[in-house]
Design a protein around this ligand. Sequence first.
Ligand code: UDX
Length: 425
Amino acid sequence: MKISIIGSGYVGLVTGACFAKLNNEVICVDIDKDKVEKINRGISPFYEKGLDVLLKDVKDRLKATTDIKNAVINSDVTFICVGTPRGLVGEADLSYIESACKDIGEALKRKDEYHLVVVKSTVPPGTTEHRIKPLLEEVSKKETYKDFGLAMNPEFLREGNAIEDFMNPDRIVIGVKDDRSKEILLELYKDFNCPKLIVSPTTAEMIKYASNAFLAIKISFINEIGNLCKALGIDVYEVAKGIGLDKRIGKHFLRAGIGFGGSCFPKDVKALINKAREHFYHPIILNAALEINEAQPYKLVDLLEKKAGNLRGKDVTVLGLAFKPNTDDVREAPSIKIVNALLNKGAKVHVYDPKAMENFKRLFGNKIDYCNSAREAVSKSKYVLIVTEWNEFKDKELYKEKYVFDGRRVDEAKELAKYYEGVCW
Ligand code: UDX
């Protein structure tokens, strides 16, 4: 099939590259000229494991452009993959979606053949049917399900593992109202052997929010248990293992620590809370998950202060800035709260991350010292905070004679540390 992808961020570019790998012809669209140019040279504009190699591999079948209308006209299916950032009161900001829909609508107006529009961006329940559909119809002057198809097909890709997740999904959710849209998507995903769930677009939207909310709640749950374990002198990781072996609970997403960050969990839980409020429902569990997560990063600084006393003028090393390993993304990363707290307390902060330094520099400028290696960063302080569990931080020699405050349970850290305070507070 000929596929156009609107928005070449983590979701759009990975989706485009994977569809190209599956022998489709793909046009990736972005408003950022530099990004487009990089993609056309086979270079990923951001770090995602395996993406550079994949882009080079599919160079003949994947092109990038800033011209959205031509991309739509010259394809059979368009995936909307633009961001839905957090708005002023926590709602999902749909302005990029609306702008993409206007351009797609203009293109549909000029196109005679049938076309399928698929919403992949994470949007609140009801958006595809009540905002996107009317907008596409108004601009194109055409009728949905007759002149063009419409579907909602959420992604469940983890950053750092996105290609693997795309190629081996647990399930594919297809939100549709008409048979033609359904058949096209089933054809596109025909090589995937996982369960394919056919639901309405609104249900598909809710499945995405509910999945992310559940995972976020699971993390906040184990962090709450971890906080209690700390007070009781129990290792929360042993507890997590004990409960995770129960098949009804499952072992994943039970790693206690400084909490979840990233572009999805914090934003999507907030957007779901906002949607609930619009309907006069007060979501107690969702609010609690966020409340626990807000406080969690500061607990690492509390532990440090308990040992080091007043931090004014003291050197502190932070290992890891990305919100998790294998990505350069620092959006909503716990490192931001931790570094801010350290600076407010007057500490001299030395940081190192294998991939996220440039993104962090944009936030903190010259307020902190950026080091070239973990070893260099550690050499500058007596106190070391582990904030992201990158593999290279598993070199236990790093922690020899150091005071280590581990926010992510890097087991190796405790072996040579002079003083080790693990993730369970
Ligand atoms: C998430 C979802 O997993 C994915 O399905 C969705 O499409 C997008 O959002 P992502 O944000 O890339 O993916 O990362 P994920 O691996 O889910 O981790 C999110 C955060 O939770 C990270 O900060 C991570 O460190 C934290 N986390 C995860 C924990 O603190 N404990 C855990 O047990 C698991």
